[in-house]
Ligand binder design. Structure first.
Ligand code: TYM
Length: 332
């Protein structure tokens, strides 16, 4: 019997702070949809988090919280492999090899490196610079062909492709060449305070970002203050980035189309519109927040999930790593 061809999907998020609505709508929402029909692997990428200073106690807590959040969003450990990156040493090992196939010039063109090194000028470490190589290792270890991410990660997918193609050109077909996968409306959720900038975990302005753990009153307050414009017209236009962003958010959390939203709000002011967006976000997040809280009560269960996940991930990752070691000439 011929088996239906399934995509191999890999993605992850950093446990650096609470996740944002942007992380959910840009990435995790797609992961949940994709796991039904595909072979999915999702990771809490804790090794990436070390590129900026972390408090060890907080990091340990956030890793578990992020695992619980994935599950609360709908990632099902019976359908997907769910694991913590540092539990599978092949990530660090392949990253080293790939470092030797990546050029300083290409890494120095990464916009995220430029942004982060500006923001953390006192700690421009080598890990921050070679971070895309670790990300390439994450993806290539599992021979993943489809990578659901937000727009901000597309440049890292591009460099992953370049590294994989370079390696394959020398050693033969070792790695699958992956492609990025973006969601229709949520691929770039913007800051509520400066809608030409992406919504980010690390924004200094507390009103700019909706965190997935925000209480309803905080969500209402932040959306009420969201920057729009003076036209009082709910229209999806590039010159109205604030309104466009709110339409994207409403569309992504309710599934309603952009045109239908525009039509429904014709002749109504921003006050009404923002209140409805806020309500929709609150309702969207509520079940996830409740599930997350409940999951965090049962640490033993979460531990069992990440241990089993690591075992499955390790078996698959080691297969690729051994192949790479053999190809480059290591003695096995
Ligand atoms: P991270 O932790 O910054 O973000 C997790 C995911 O959320 C997406 N995202 C957004 N999407 C839409 N609008 C936004 N405002 C927004 N902000 C963030 C990101 O694009 C990402 O998909 N390097 C990655 C993690 C990673 C990874 C990987 C991803 C490590 N290895 C391998 C895919 C494959 C990161 O820092 O994502």
């Amino acid at each position: 019997m011929e088996e239906k061809k399934r995509n191999i999907i890999f993605s992850g998020a950093q446990p650096t702070s609470e996740l944002t609505l942007g992380n959910y709508l840009g990435a995790i929402k797609n992961w949940v949809a994709l796991q039904e029909e595909n072979d999915c692997i999702f990771s809490v990428v804790d090794m990436h988090a070390l590129t900026v200073r972390q408090d060890p106690k907080k990091l340990r807590e956030r890793i578990i919280e992020l695992l619980a959040l994935y599950m609360a969003c709908g990632i099902d450990p019976n359908k997907s492999v769910l694991f913590v990156q540092s539990h599978v040493s092949a990530h660090a090992e392949l990253a080293w090899i790939l470092n030797c196939f990546t050029y300083m010039g290409e890494l120095s063109r990464m916009t995220q490196f430029k942004d982060k090194s500006q923001k953390h000028a006192d700690n421009i470490n080598a890990g921050l610079f070679t971070y895309p190589v670790l990300m390439a290792a994450d993806i290539l270890l599992y021979q993943a062909n489809l990578i659901p991410v937000g727009v901000d990660q597309m440049q890292h997918i591009e460099i992953t492709r370049d590294i994989a193609q370079r390696f394959n050109a020398i050693y033969g077909d070792v790695f699958t060449i992956p492609e990025g996968y973006l969601s229709k409306t949520g691929a770039k959720i913007m800051s509520l305070a400066e809608p030409t900038k992406k919504m980010s975990k690390s924004d200094d302005n507390a009103n700019a970002t909706i965190f997935l753990t925000d209480e309803p009153d905080a969500i209402v307050r932040k959306l009420k203050r969201a920057v729009t414009d003076s036209e009082a017209l709910v229209a999806y236009r590039e010159d109205k980035p604030g309104v466009m962003n709110l339409i994207n958010i409403l569309s992504a959390v309710t599934g309603e189309g952009v045109e239908s939203i525009e039509a429904r709000f014709a002749g109504r002011g921003y006050g009404d519109f923002k209140a409805e967006v806020a309500q929709a976000v609150v309702e969207f997040l509520r079940p996830m927040q409740e599930k997350r809280k409940a999951l965090l009560q049962d640490r033993a269960y979460l531990e069992q999930i990440y241990r089993e996940g690591a075992e499955k991930a390790r078996a698959r990752a080691d297969r690729t790593l051994r192949k790479v070691y053999k190809k480059v000439g290591f003695v096995l």
